[in-house]
Design a protein around this ligand. Sequence first.
Ligand code: F6R
Length: 365
Amino acid sequence: MSTPPGTDARTHADAASGALTRETIARVDSTGQLDDVLALPEHLRDAAWRVESAIMQGWDTSAGLVVAGMGGSAIGGALARAALGDHASRPIFVTRAYGLPPWTTPDTMVLCASYSGDTEETLACYESAGALGAQRVVVTTGGRLAEMARADGVPVIPLPGGFQPRAAVAYMTVAALEVAALCGAGPRLTSEIDVAASHTEQLVAEWGPDAGEDSLAKTVARGLLGTIPVVVGAGLTTPVAYRWKTQINENSKLPCFTHELPELDHNELVGWEGAREAGRFAAVFLDDSDAHPRVKERMALTERLIAPNAAASFHLETRGQTTIERVISLVLLGDLVSIYLATLRGVDPGPVKAIDELKAALEQR
Ligand code: F6R
């Protein structure tokens, strides 16, 4: 049966007018994903402590750091690299694949990140790193990865169980930051992580479920309802935009896409001309107070050109002083938006049935 014109828009308008409170969220959030997002500051502190107690020695790997992982476990490496920015003194590379970059040598540190410890791509990277004689560290809750690491005498950074892997983002980010410092790829940022945790606590109060219905996270979620969001990052916010995309995919159960500036201005900008014919696309620009001045100009101009063809458009800016504070600020905002959007849609943010089915089907092959 076809839907009468306008019905979807009316349904979305009804849903968008609903309150976003702990109670309304709890009605859909069967596994407490909201609580895990609100606990981000605690996760930052706990993670720093866990790395410190798991790894006693430092290594000097002049070829840099490779973070090997997939999905919610890989994003920490990308966010850590963004947070280190200009302070990275050696290459830091994130691989989301079955293999390591061809330049991996015994002088490379390979951090294998898998929340479950059973992700086949990450297990393959762990084995390749061993075969190449690279220095290895593992961050996981257990699984095959922990078993192999323990048998090989490879240090294991242990994570607390009971989360969806994507909810362990702060743990994965801090693990990558600390391992980068231990192998000489970046400075030690332990005290900055602690300061970022306190800063994030303030933002939790400002954007969390107890904040007003007109607070930023709730407003953005309402604006994205009924749209296909396209999240645009630049520099420091590029991996944050990707985090938004994956959280909207997995928590809100929606298609969502991402691109970055300045590259977007050389292709996707034109595609937006046909956006209204193709669907209801919304643009979300993730700006940073310290972005390159020309990138800032571009973001403002790009938004002006795209907005007439978008169902909604948002220009959001990082909050905080240090790069870690700024990266985490927009990660928190995106995570909250994805849970609020799930609530407005009446879907449970926790389960990722399609991913589970796919992994089970692959195991049969
Ligand atoms: C699930 C999620 C996924 C997983 C990915 C890899 O919450 O976010 O993207 O992170 O399938 O699994 P792990 O993290 O267990 O290695």
